[in-house]
Ligand binder design. Structure first.
Ligand code: KMH
Ligand code: ZN
Length: 328
């Protein structure tokens, strides 16, 4: 039952199912029936959006990305030192996790393992944030290039759960690519965050679980509003949350101007939030944002909703992560 209550607290979609299983029968003890009733009321409260009873909000900052170029904003962290500075500022603003892509000094995307090693070291030196590497990389990279930084054993890494149009390009994530990246994650003990750009991606993740190469529950990030992916509509988010296996935690990353409204909705629903320049470079119309400003704004909104932000240690508990392992 404790597990079921925990599941209900993080997955509003499955909470109702979790507490409408076996009927309250005569054979069941009165105490057990009382516990069930309490748990049912608690789950119902979660679905009503009682933020005071939700877990603290885990804010991930996607600070870099692969597509954004330094010409577009002066706030893009390019060097490992700049990533360290960003990590410290975002931690102070309320972030618990940083999603990492790396750049060469000229600003171009790179999968160079040494660069990732330096970035991870700089972030760890400057903060206690959960370090989450990309395995999506950039359009056109091979799966081997995308997976190479996993050898550094970050605490987490993304796994995009299917192919999706990406503007005029195609972000390829065939089943062989997904299986290959998952195998590397298992080899190096890295926890996946399942990236869902489209509704079918949840089905794909379930198929990987049916094959036995992935287990549930997992932490899931819905990336909504990519041109070519699922629209950043609240009804789509609710549908996706309802589609998750029980016990999953989830966050949402709205693209562009959809970042703020979806973050606000997720905070009220009991989910978690990803913000940052990878997904949105503006604070408001025409005004470029810094990563830490985007984090701070969500933290303020959550506070107004009565939901505190998670420290990295709290986030590790919520996501079921062990303490970080030293870099290889
Ligand atoms: N740059 C995108 C093509 C991830 O980090 O896992 C893919 C991406 C996803 O950013
Ligand atoms: Zn990314």
């Amino acid at each position: 039952m404790a597990a079921a209550i925990a599941a209900a607290s993080v997955n509003v979609g499955s909470a109702f199912e979790a507490f409408t299983g076996p009927p309250f029968g005569a054979r069941r003890g009165r105490d057990l029936a009382k516990q069930e009733a309490f748990a049912f009321r608690r789950a119902t409260v979660q679905q009503r959006g009682n933020t005071a009873r939700m877990e603290p909000l885990v804010i991930t900052v996607a600070a870099v990305g692969a597509e954004l170029m330094p010409e577009q904003t002066p706030h893009l962290p390019v060097t490992p030192a700049q990533l360290g500075e960003t990590a410290a500022l975002c931690r102070a603003a309320g972030a618990a996790m940083i999603h990492v892509h790396c750049r060469s000094d000229d600003g171009r995307n790179t999968s160079d393992v040494e660069r990732f090693r330096q970035a991870q070291a700089a972030i760890r030196e400057a903060s206690d944030l959960i370090v989450q590497f990309t395995t999506g990389g950039a359009i056109g990279m091979t799966a081997a290039e995308r997976a190479a930084p996993l050898q550094l054993r970050p605490e987490m890494a993304t796994l995009t759960c299917g192919t999706v149009n990406f503007g005029d390009d195609v972000f390829e994530n065939s089943f062989p690519i997904m299986r290959g990246i998952l195998a590397e994650m298992q080899r190096f003990g890295v926890r996946p965050e399942l990236e869902i750009f489209d509704a079918g991606h949840v089905s794909n993740a379930k198929r990987l679980a049916a094959e036995g190469v992935l287990t549930f529950p997992q932490h899931v990030d819905f990336v909504l509003g990519v041109p070519g992916g699922l629209d950043a509509a609240v009804r789509n988010l609710v549908y996706l949350v309802d589609s998750l296996p029980p016990g999953c935690t989830w966050s949402v990353a709205g693209i562009g101007r959809d970042q703020l409204p979806l973050a606000t909705v997720a905070a009220a629903m009991g989910g978690h939030v990803r913000v940052g320049l990878e997904d949105n470079i503006y604070y408001s119309k025409g005004r470029l944002a810094r990563n830490d400003e985007l984090v701070a704004r969500v933290a303020r909104i959550a506070a107004e909703l009565g939901r505190p932000v998670a420290t990295p240690a709290e986030a590790r508990r919520i996501l079921g992560l062990a303490a970080p392992v030293s870099a290889a």
